[in-house]
Design a protein around this ligand. Structure first.
Ligand SMILES: C[S@@+](CC[C@H](N)C(=O)[O-])C[C@H]1O[C@@H](n2cnc3c(N)ncnc32)[C@H](O)[C@@H]1O
Length: 292
């Protein structure tokens, strides 16, 4: 066992092996390269999710699917040195970045493990299980959420953000439609299949949490504005839109001509979102909370 793997189950041979492979593949490199942009893009909805979670000084939090660690840092600042934060993620490069940021920030009460949150052997010590878009990738979500419940003290709480349907999230949909001439449209995933929109149906989310033994489940819509780029910079917004998610996956092996053509088409489609505040697109999420 390497130090990197200590204390966790990394998941490459487990039920989430396909997602573990995906998040460690070049297709997810965009999350690393675009980390600062996406942290800025998601900042307003992150505040809303954190306000709902209301971490208090001295509390212990677990951040599920923490990626490059933005919310590990935010949680660590809110709970303070008297508390603690454990970030978990299956993507080795993203864990590396998160650890680097934690170290640079001098947040000694935060740590990040390479681990599949569905399998991690939690001790029931946390006050809060939190996630920003990190819980929609489990092959067996009811079993995974039953495991997450084991992380909490009896009076703890769960709060996470997940995307509402694709049709309510033009920042995903419009670039995909605009690039259609350059990348073959992907087969629509099975409803509920692991992926960014796996939790778009609130009835399904409630069913999963009920099956996993959670109670007091509350699912509230939250609308956000995603500032993709500065005013007038639709080219930059198009680059962002093609670096992560389904378009990044579709363009991963594309040649320079195809990529450039797709970016130009996306930039053209984003022009109608360009205004004095920047290239701003609506985003629609669920803020979900529950008790163990
Ligand atoms: C959409 S990204 C969000 C990352 C981060 N929370 C953020 O908001 O920037 C989803 C993250 O979940 C992680 N992930 C997927 N399945 C996971 C699992 N079973 N256990 C832990 N992390 C997982 C991925 O590696 C990825 O970093």
């Amino acid at each position: 066992m390497t130090a990197e793997h200590s204390g966790g189950v990394t998941g490459e041979d487990g039920p989430n092996a396909a997602q573990v492979a995906y998040w460690n593949s070049p297709a997810s490199a965009g999350w690393l390269a675009e980390q600062e942009r996406f942290d800025a893009l998601f900042a307003p909805l992150t505040e809303a999710a954190l306000d709902r979670a209301a971490p208090r000084a001295g509390e212990r939090a677990v951040d599920v699917g923490c990626g490059c660690g933005a919310t590990v840092l935010a949680l660590a600042r809110r709970v303070g040195p008297g508390g603690g934060v454990l970030g978990l993620d299956v993507a080795a490069r993203l864990v590396g970045r998160a650890r680097q940021r934690v170290a640079e920030a001098g947040l000694e009460h935060a740590r990040v493990e390479l681990a599949d949150a569905a399998l991690h052997p939690f001790a029931p010590t946390a006050d809060l299980v939190f996630s920003r878009f990190g819980v929609m990738f489990f092959a067996d979500p009811a079993s995974a959420f039953a495991n997450l419940r084991r992380a909490l003290r009896p009076d703890g709480r769960l709060v996470f953000a997940a995307w509402r349907p694709l049709s309510d999230n033009p920042w995903f949909l419009v670039p995909m439609q605009a690039a259609r001439a350059y990348v073959p449209p992907a087969e629509p995933p099975e409803p509920g299949a692991p992926g960014p929109f796996a939790f778009d149906d609130p009835a399904r989310v409630r069913g999963i949490l009920d099956a996993a033994g959670w109670r007091d489940v509350a699912i509230a819509p939250h609308d956000t504005a995603l500032r993709m780029a500065a005013a007038g910079d639709v080219g930059e917004a198009a680059r962002a839109a093609t670096r992560v998610g389904p378009l990044a996956r579709a363009l991963a092996d594309a040649g320079q001509d195809v990529r450039a053509g797709a970016e130009t088409a996306v930039a053209e489609a984003l022009r109608r979102y360009d205004g004095p505040e920047g290239v701003v697109m609506p985003g629609a999420v669920w803020l979900v909370s529950a008790r163990p």
